[in-house]
Design a protein around this ligand. Structure first.
Ligand SMILES: Nc1ncnc2c1ncn2[C@@H]1O[C@H](COP(=O)(O)OP(=O)(O)O)[C@@H](O)[C@H]1O
Ligand SMILES: [Mg+2]
Length: 304
């Protein structure tokens, strides 16, 4: 009996599949945006759980980095929905970007003053929101009267955008996954602050791009926080893989390792999975591990 290599299939959460099916259109569209930093665009990826949002987002991050963008990534979770936590998360990300920019020799040589000014400003902002965090217990639930997250973000983003332009980076991408947990909170701008700050710096042609990803409620959350959000984003709605890419996602990884699926097996898996990417990985994996022959047969499917 032949010993086959370990299963190439990757059922899981955000794990790169061995064959990325049916995403060429989306990748092409975003690649075009990434090549035109003077006209910054924002991307929103949505779809049900398991359709491959995170996988696509990761892929787009790779494209962005390959084209010279500075990408700051984050996966949000419920606690980040608190307005203060949200403000802290964003300022932390601005700081991360700044730290990477400060390694740029081009910036050190040509724009040391600008770099230092940005570090000072962003440092001061971070401290002010940081202090507020400590004072939550004392019922001071709002930052000082002069702090507005939208203004602060706009200032921080402007610095980053200008520094990117003077560095070897094309611009900055904020790559945010699980973003549906973020909602606007009455009385303390959260989402709307991010959108208005982004929109303001983009109107000045500064190279900042949002790549947001989340379950379908993300679309409503954004629309409710700013009426112009619809016009700010190109929305990529992901669904199940369409033929023939659904079949390729199952068949191609096996072929590359010297095995094949009988046609009726492929038909059966396509019917059962409906082209749902997560199920294609689950079936591929189970059939690979649960059979021995070079050709995976319908009897192997029945044994599952
Ligand atoms: N385009 C694709 N082709 C084949 N498999 C995919 C594709 N996109 C995702 N998958 C697989 O589907 C599963 C779910 O992907 P994931 O990105 O975590 O979904 P989501 O973020 O939408 O919940 C993973 O096992 C992944 O390997
Ligand atoms: Mg995901």
């Amino acid at each position: 009996m032949q010993n086959w290599p370990p299963s190439p299939y990757r059922p899981g959460n955000g794990i790169d599949p061995p064959y990325l099916g049916d995403r060429e259109e989306q990748i092409e569209a975003v690649r075009a945006f990434l090549k035109d930093a003077r006209n910054p665009r924002n991307v929103l990826i949505t779809g049900l759980r398991g359709v491959g949002k995170t996988v696509l987002l990761n892929h787009l991050q790779g494209e962005a980095e390959g084209l010279g963008w500075l990408v700051v990534d984050r996966e949000f979770s419920e606690p980040d929905a608190d307005p203060l936590a949200f403000a802290n998360a964003l300022l932390t990300d601005v700081n991360r970007a700044l730290r990477r920019l400060s390694l740029s020799t081009r910036l050190k040589d040509r724009a040391a003053n600008l770099l230092q000014a940005a570090i000072d400003v962003v440092g001061a902002l971070t401290v002010s929101y940081g202090e507020f965090k400590v004072s939550v217990d004392t019922k001071r639930r709002r930052p000082g009267p002069h702090r507005r997250l939208d203004d602060d973000l706009k200032e921080a983003f402007t610095h980053i955008g200008e520094l990117c332009r003077k560095s070897e980076y094309r611009g900055m991408v904020l790559r945010y996954d699980e973003f549906h947990v973020i909602r606007e909170h009455p009385g303390s701008p959260t989402l709307s602050a991010l959108l208005s700050a982004t929109s303001a710096v983009q109107q000045h042609g500064l190279p900042l791009m949002l790549m947001l990803c989340g379950l379908p409620p993300v679309v409503d959350n954004l629309a409710r926080s700013k009426s112009y959000s619809e016009r700010m984003f190109t929305t990529l709605v992901l669904g199940n893989l369409r033929p023939p890419e659904d079949r390729a996602a199952l068949v191609d990884p096996a072929t590359r390792l010297g095995r094949r699926f009988a046609d009726e097996v492929v038909d059966a898996v396509m019917i059962d999975s409906g082209g749902y990417p997560f199920f294609i990985q689950v079936y591929g994996d189970a059939l690979w591990n649960g059979s021995h022959g070079e050709t995976i047969q319908i009897a192997d499917v029945r044994r599952l």
